[in-house]
Design a protein around this ligand. Structure first.
Ligand SMILES: O=C(O)C(=O)Cc1ccccc1
Length: 311
């Protein structure tokens, strides 16, 4: 049996479409799972080689279920990311009219992307209920549990539905980011356009505490691409921070920033260094003078010579 990649299912999710854009998915068995935690647990137990799940979208921010799963439990690592442009179709059982729609469903992350469209086009008393995924919403419409679902147009044929409307998106260029998650192993070699993800827990609460932590990146010229706070569950005001930084852990400035965090934080969880999905437009370049790999190496060499009295 080929190694399997599990993904947020059922068949017909945006997640599945995004996964199929990865060349390595062609050589794996692709297995739909009912939820993000179920997919990640299958990786933790060794049942699956990797899981493919949504993690962030450009309208609402982080997909909190995924972030919370990566922050807690047995450590996992991100190996790849995919960006997918998202527009929704309104899927109904054949023959249903717009004016007859009383109940709609989709994944919670879809709602902020279709809210204005709903207000303008559906009856004001329409009831929204969340589904486990957009394709699961389509499946529930097929079963007669809801009148309509927001999902990818491609899901219509799989669930015997028709697209009453297509190209629904409140924000132009809405994108969702998906990640391939596996058990911890050596990160892929740097490509020159990479991203590093970590979660950090502050050691104590003091004025400027977060600024100090972010300073570990700033002074080394490392650009940040995501900062998301998540409650630790240990009372009001207790947060950890998920951070995406530009660069690879094998870049000296990124490694030094992580060493800085490791010294001053209560805990740092490394979530991986992996190629950026927008590599075509990204070019890894030091943003501050004195922060290239060569300059870090030269400085370390100089300190070693000073320690030896050989300067
Ligand atoms: O992959 C899906 O279809 C999902 O349900 C997750 C999701 C939710 C909102 C936008 C893109 C993906």
């Amino acid at each position: 049996m080929p190694a399997s990649y599990v993904y947020l299912g059922p068949e017909g999710t945006f997640t599945e479409v995004a996964l199929r854009t990865l060349p390595e998915s062609a050589t794996r068995e692709l297995v739909p799972m009912v939820s993000v935690p179920a997919a990640l647990d299958a990786v933790r137990t060794g049942e699956a080689e990797a899981a493919f799940v949504p993690i962030e979208n450009s309208v609402e921010g982080g997909i909190t279920t995924t972030l919370d799963e990566l922050v807690a439990g047995a450590p996992l690592m991100i190996y790849r990311e995919v960006l997918l442009s998202i527009t929704f179709a309104l899927l109904v059982r054949p023959g249903t009219k717009l004016s007859e729609i009383k109940t709609v469903t989709a994944h919670p992350a879809a709602q902020p992307q279709v809210r204005n469209w709903m207000k303008a086009n559906l009856p004001p008393d329409v009831v929204w209920e969340s589904a486990a995924s957009n394709a699961d919403g389509a499946r529930l419409v097929q079963e007669g549990r809801y009148d309509a679902a927001f999902a990818g147009e491609f899901a219509a044929s799989r669930y015997g539905l028709e697209a009453l409307e297509t190209e629904i998106h409140d924000a132009e260029n809405a994108q969702t980011r998906f990640v391939l998650v596996g058990r911890p192993a050596r990160p892929a070699a740097p490509t020159g356009a990479d991203k590093t993800s970590v979660v950090i827990w502050q050691r104590d609460d003091h004025p400027g505490g977060l600024r100090d932590l972010l300073g570990e990146f700033a002074v080394r010229g490392v650009n940040l691409m995501l900062l998301q706070s998540r409650p630790t569950g240990e009372g009001i005001g207790n947060y950890c921070f998920a951070i995406d930084a530009e660069g690879h852990i094998s870049d000296r400035r990124v490694a030094e920033a992580l060493m800085g965090l490791k010294r001053v934080c209560l805990q740092v969880r490394f979530l991986g260094s992996y190629p950026r999905a927008d590599a075509a437009v990204a070019e890894m370049r030091p943003t501050l003078p004195g922060t290239s790999d060569a300059e870090f190496v030269a400085a370390a060499d100089w300190v070693a010579r000073c320690q030896d009295g050989r300067f």
